[in-house]
Design a protein around this ligand. Structure first.
Ligand code: F6R
Length: 607
């Protein structure tokens, strides 16, 4: 949801800003812009469309200056056009602002500023910021920004430059991510680490309502009362290549190929002498026995990982689980108490609805355990316990390796809960842990045999509507398969529980309708075969995803994609990969922009 970047130092700012924006383009890509300050002259370039439009203009016009801010946009208020693009200027043209988030009371502020003679030229909420900073500016930019922020309701990550202050700029955040990169004689801001990783590994992760002033030599952080505060330096340990395509055509393919490693990194270091050791999670046996219920809260793909977790936790740890979409949970006054554990799942750790659901749960006294991929993210910092997924940076908008690792982490948690409740025999526990530690090899096998899926996708890429059906854990997987397909190939699709289809939706199955069936649950195999027969009798073409040894499926489905013979209980970690590959190849065949699907962006930091 919009990426922002800023630079101050003794180099030309423009190429550094463009380079940073390229690394943030996954956050929004409907327009982009930069504001560069040089020789007391503030130059703003901003254009509708992909970042390449801006890059061309920057190469042509070579704006000079050592201070700059940049923005890549995912439109919320106002269509993507040049005027609505960031940076936005103040009335005098002396101040430029980039903003990520939503100013909820912008209409009120706009009315006030209009009464003071300010004119607005865009349809955005963000434009009020530049004018309001200017209105408050009395020679101290930090103070003017603080005064402005005191009037603002909503979320923001901001970069502000001003012609009156040619040696510094100001940034701030609340409920939208922002980091400060600490260089040698130069400093940076960015929405995410990859934007600055080429230049520095030392960063400050800003907290809500912190304001920072940056010069080439100094970074000063203030709280919202303007009092200077000290921050710890966070050292980034992962390398630049993790956030690069490294020879792959798309990030999505690269990230799927990284799944075996990501799952291994998430599981294996947590298995010590055959026992699961969950980092610093402080849940005692007593705590676990006192949990009446678990709420799992997340959005999108992470929510689908939560649906898998409901099945496995209830079955293994015998604790009732409710899974909720964060945007619903936070507004439905859920009956959460201090006898409940809330599990939050998020790749980015910044999804606004999920973050607010977490805060709501804590307010109600629940203990919050988060499963998060981004170290130091807002969700990780606000949680009581954190279990990191070690997937590494995920850049493609469609989440892939994060999902496999979220499942891996959820299996670890499930086994731990069951063990703490005394529900698993030693042998059972040992076997489950062993199976889990080998699961990455099975994903490797799936990735080596992707041609079957590629061929099937080439034959069916003109499908108008595709159904995913499954039972039990395969139903949960179907939801994820369907979402992946929709978001990158733009093909309409629905996920149904195998037994539910005949309660209405089977009316849509006709000659040639494509139906995808994950079939990894041995105990539900006969039922699923009946479901396949039902749809085939009405003309459907069926692709099944099944374990190698499951010979019955060959007789029922038209095409079978096999996965190795893993335990049904942990099969989703492996069986999702063919579904991701299917979505990828369908999108590729249709000529879609796989990594940057239309209307979407990664890290949803607005409601
Ligand atoms: C789909 C996808 C989204 C995210 C969702 C939650 O491929 O990526 O559905 O899963 O926006 O994001 P996080 O996990 O960052 O909270």
């Amino acid at each position: 949801m919009c990426g922002i970047v800023g630079y101050i130092g003794n180099k030309t700012a423009a190429p550094i800003l463009i380079n940073g924006l390229k690394k943030l383009e996954y956050r929004g890509y409907d327009s982009a812009g930069v504001a560069i300050l040089g020789n007391d002259n503030l130059k703003v370039l901003k254009y509708k469309g992909r970042l390449s439009n801006l890059e061309e203009k920057v190469c042509e016009l070579t704006p000079e200056g050592n201070i700059g801010i940049g923005h890549t946009r995912w439109a919320t208020h106002g269509e993507p056009n040049d005027l609505n693009s960031h940076p936005h200027m103040s009335k005098s043209g002396n101040i430029a602002v980039v903003h990520n988030g939503i100013i909820e009371n912008y209409l009120e502020i706009k009315e006030f500023l209009e009464s003071k003679g300010y004119e607005f030229i865009s349809e955005t909420d963000s434009e009020v910021v530049g004018h309001l900073v200017e209105y408050n500016y009395k020679g101290d930019l930090v103070k003017a920004v603080i005064d402005c922020l005191n009037e603002i309701e909503g979320s923001y990550a901001l970069g502000v430059i001003c012609t009156d202050c040619p040696d510094m700029f100001v940034a701030a955040r609340k409920d939208s991510p922002l980091i400060v990169g600490l260089g040698d004689g130069e400093n940076y801001i960015a929405s995410d680490i990859p934007a600055i990783l080429e230049y520095t590994r030392d960063v400050y992760i800003l907290d809500d309502k912190e304001i920072v002033s940056l010069t080439g030599d100094k970074v000063t952080v203030f709280n919202n009362y303007g009092i200077e505060i000290q921050k710890d330096v966070f050292k980034v340990t992962w390398d630049v290549a993790s956030a690069e395509k490294s020879g792959y055509e798309h990030f999505m393919m690269k990230e799927m190929c990284e799944e075996p490693k990501a799952v291994r990194d998430t599981i294996n270091p947590r298995i010590k002498d055959g026992n699961i050791v969950l980092d610093n999670i402080k849940l005692t046996d007593e705590d676990v026995k006192n949990i009446d219920k678990i709420y799992i809260v997340a959005c999108g793909t992470a929510y689908h990982a939560g649906v898998v977790a409901k099945y496995i936790i209830e079955k293994t740890a015998k604790i009732p689980v409710e899974v909720d979409v964060a945007s619903e949970f936070r507004y439905r006054d859920p009956l959460v108490t201090d006898r409940h554990l809330v599990i939050i799942i998020s790749q980015s750790g910044e999804t606004l609805d999920t973050l607010f659901a977490l805060r709501e749960s804590k307010k109600k006294g629940a203990r919050v355990l988060s499963i998060v991929n981004v170290v130091g993210s807002s969700i990780s910092r606000d949680s009581d316990d954190v279990l990191y997924t070690w997937a590494g940076p995920e850049i493609a908008v469609a989440s892939t390796k994060a999902y496999n690792t979220q499942l891996a982490a959820l299996y670890l948690v499930t086994l731990e809960l069951a063990k703490k409740k005394g529900l698993l025999e030693t042998e059972q526990y040992k076997k489950a842990v062993e199976e889990l530690s080998k699961i990455s090899d099975a994903i490797e096998d799936v990735l080596e045999n992707k041609e079957v899926i590629q061929k099937f996708a080439a034959q069916h890429c003109n499908a108008k509507s595709i159904f995913f059906i499954g039972r039990g854990l395969d139903y949960a997987l179907s939801m994820e398969g369907s979402l992946k397909l929709k978001e990158i190939s733009y093909i309409h699709s629905e996920a149904y529980a195998g037994g539910e289809l005949k309660h209405g939706t089977i009316a849509l199955i006709e000659e040639g309708t494509l139906v995808i069936c994950p079939m990894t649950q041995d105990s539900l195999m006969d039922k699923m075969i009946s479901n396949i027969k039902e749809v085939k009798a009405r003309g459907a073409t069926v692709m099944a995803i099944a374990k190698e040894s499951n010979k019955h499926v060959y007789k029922a489905a038209d095409v079978v994609v096999t996965i190795p013979d893993v335990d049904s209980f942990i099969a989703p970690i492996v069986a999702v990969t063919p579904l991701q590959l299917f979505a990828y190849y369908m999108a590729l065949e249709k000529g879609c922009d796989v990594d940057k699907p239309r209307n979407l962006a990664k890290s949803v930091t607005v409601e």
